[in-house]
Design a protein around this ligand. Structure first.
Ligand code: AMP
Length: 411
């Protein structure tokens, strides 16, 4: 018997209802903020990701699913920003509307060690605003993420905020972090000994106790940012405060990808355990240019769908009692029944029938199991009269209704 691969998940119909509602709530929030949906391919050139995220990032180094096609190397997208930026440039979206607000919902793939909250195929709900350096856009994107969580019924999450500054500031930060840890090299884990050469900021994300302890006295406080970046960060903080959005400054929040500049943020939830990030994002002011497009500022974020589903008190609003179940007894009734089902479906009524040749009793039991709202019984007697018996499954009451008027009666 085949099993699903490790780190992949089947979303069964019950749970699927919640997925649909989360998507619907998200789409409504994106709409309110005037974001439009974009759908980009699951496969992209591998080079797009190594260029965007950085060859030394954890994702590019270890986590991409690679697909080889003759001389070409593709990757299953591990995140949405790079593909979206590629699509923005390739489709000249800067020439039309200019400033663009785009959102996406879909699967991402990372070859990680599966554990609770960490899958190999997971899903992102994310957005990007491309075409502005204004701090108001950072504020708007964080406010959007905050509202999405509120509308979804999540509570108790925390917004962690930091600024990496411009590329110059970020380089100085990287050098500072590297020289701090070089003095403590022997205490670092094997991975961090490599990170110190390739991507020193990633040491700050290491979960290893010894590395965390080594980071204890690292000072990443005030004064790191150039005056412009400092001003930008102040405006972001003021804007969030003015909107009543709580956040905490986390100087050690660095995000491990090359493209981030200035504002970075992460939203965590204590109910998630060790994989506590619900979502994250930030500004990437050089990516569009790096990929061959115009020099445009951009900012975005992504939530993990599977984690959003773990932290909500949201219950499915879909009333399961909407099904009308037809029980047609006998060949002639079954033929008539098919027509009746067709009419009901055309009228948008959710209906079904028994395809297992059950007795009346068995079919009624099935209707009950399916939580049907009503049952229609069509037997020889009813056929002769051109009628159908309508049974209300909650009250148990039943009456005969003319076949010609049953659809109207049900509506
Ligand atoms: P990242 O691009 O890593 O910041 O991911 C954004 C969000 O996606 C995270 O905060 C998680 O909620 C979710 N996420 C990332 N990786 C995984 C994974 N392997 N499995 C499940 N969710 C993930």
């Amino acid at each position: 018997m085949y099993k699903r691969i490790s780190g992949a998940k089947d979303v069964l119909p019950e749970e699927s209802l919640l997925w649909q509602e989360l998507e619907q709530i998200s789409r409504r929030v994106f709409r309110a903020y005037n974001y439009r949906e974009i759908r980009t391919p699951l496969l992209e050139e591998e080079a797009l990701f190594s260029r965007s995220l950085g060859g030394a990032s954890e994702i590019v180094q270890k986590q991409m699913f690679i697909v080889r096609n003759q001389d070409e190397v593709y990757a299953l997208r591990p995140e949405g920003t790079a593909g979206l930026a590629r699509a923005y440039i390739e489709n000249n979206l800067d020439k039309g509307a200019g400033f663009a607000k785009l959102y996406y919902i879909g699967p991402m793939f990372r070859r990680e060690r599966p554990q609770k909250g960490r899958l190999r195929q997971f899903h992102h709900i994310g957005c990007e605003a491309i075409g502005s350096h204004q701090p108001q856009v950072d504020i708007e994107v964080i406010a959007l993420a905050h509202q999405l969580l509120r509308n979804w019924g999540a509570q108790g999450h925390q917004i962690k905020l930091n600024s990496l500054g411009c590329p110059k500031d970020k380089q100085a930060l990287t050098q500072g972090v590297a020289s701090f840890f070089k003095a403590k090299l022997s205490r670092l884990c094997a991975d961090c000994k490599i990170r110190i050469e390739k991507n020193p900021l990633r040491i700050l994300d290491c979960k290893n106790d010894a590395c965390r302890e080594a980071a204890n006295n690292l000072s990443l406080g005030q004064g790191r940012l150039c005056p412009e970046c400092n001003e930008h960060f102040s405006r972001v903080r003021e804007g969030l405060t003015a909107l009543g959005i709580d956040y905490e400054i986390y100087p050690a929040l660095v995000r491990g990808l090359d493209y981030y500049t200035r504002t970075v943020f992460e939203i965590s939830h204590p109910g998630l355990g060790s994989q506590d990030a619900l979502g994250a994002g930030g500004r990437y002011d050089n990516l569009i240019k790096e990929l061959g497009g115009p020099d445009l500022g951009a900012v975005g974020f992504a939530f993990g769908v599977e984690r959003l589903l773990l932290v909500t008190s949201h219950k499915s609003q879909v009333t399961s009692r909407e099904l009308v179940y037809l029980i047609a007894l006998g060949e002639q009734a079954k033929k008539e029944g098919l027509k009746l089902l067709g009419q009901m479906r055309q009228a948008g009524i959710c209906c079904d029938t028994d395809y297992e040749n059950k007795s009346l009793k068995g079919a009624l039991r099935k209707a009950n199991d399916l939580a049907a709202k009503a049952v229609l019984i069509l037997g020889d007697d009813e056929l002769k009269k051109g009628a159908v018996t309508l049974k209300d499954m909650q009250s148990g009451e039943q009456k005969e209704v003319a076949l010609a008027s049953i659809v109207a009666e049900l509506i």
